[in-house]
Design a binder for this molecule. Structure first.
Ligand code: IMP
Ligand code: MG
Length: 177
């Protein structure tokens, strides 16, 4: 497969992601046995991963999407809702789907926000985890791949809104930044 000219090297291939989503799908559906969770995808980065993941969840699952932008206030991280959820999540179990966890600030505030909207349970699944970047105490319940602290693109992840469509996760070339 042809590499995009701005990609230095592939970190996780399409096939590795497809295989990992099969495993995650099984584990997740075992956890939600007997109930119908709502997969909440954070736009836009989670879309390719969410699409691959839900195809591998054998049980019933609903989907909703949210777009937030998080920024650091004086003492804590604030989150601005750009697009809110469509349906009610009161007393529902939520599977928050994210592309990558770096500092952890985004999922921490979104998790709290979902509980404040009345969610019964919020679990997190992330395609990628950069544990070296963590600044707040939060972790995913399921992770696709742990990666080193490098800037990555593809499979939903962007640099200036580009490269989200690449079918793999790769490290961007210095010359493209
Ligand atoms: P956090 O709040 O620092 O955990 O950041 C998570 C968000 O930062 C992700 O949803 C991505 O949008 C973005 N992000 C973090 N690392 C990368 C990266 O390596 N490539 C592209 N986006 C990233
Ligand atoms: Mg994001």
């Amino acid at each position: 497969m042809e590499l995009h000219p701005d990609v230095e090297r592939v970190l996780v291939s399409d096939e590795q992601i497809a295989n990992r989503c099969k495993e995650l799908g099984k584990e997740i559906s075992e956890y939600y046995k007997g109930e119908v969770p709502i997969a909440v995808g954070l736009l836009k980065g989670s879309v390719p991963f969410l699409a691959q993941l839900v195809k591998n969840v054998p049980g019933d699952i609903e989907m909703d999407f949210m777009d937030v932008s998080s920024y650091s206030g004086t003492e804590s991280t604030e989150v601005k809702i750009i697009k809110d959820l469509e349906g009610s999540i009161r007393d529902r179990s939520i599977l928050l789907v994210e592309d990558i966890i770096d500092t952890g600030k985004t999922i921490k505030v979104v998790k709290e926000l979902l509980y404040s909207k009345g969610a019964k349970d919020v679990k997190i699944v992330a395609l990628l985890d950069k544990p070296e970047g963590r600044k707040v105490d939060v972790d995913a319940d399921w992770v696709g791949f742990v990666i080193p602290d490098e800037f990555v693109i593809g499979y939903g992840l962007d640099y200036n809104q580009r490269y989200r469509n690449l079918p793999y996760v790769g490290v961007i070339k210095k010359s493209a930044i």
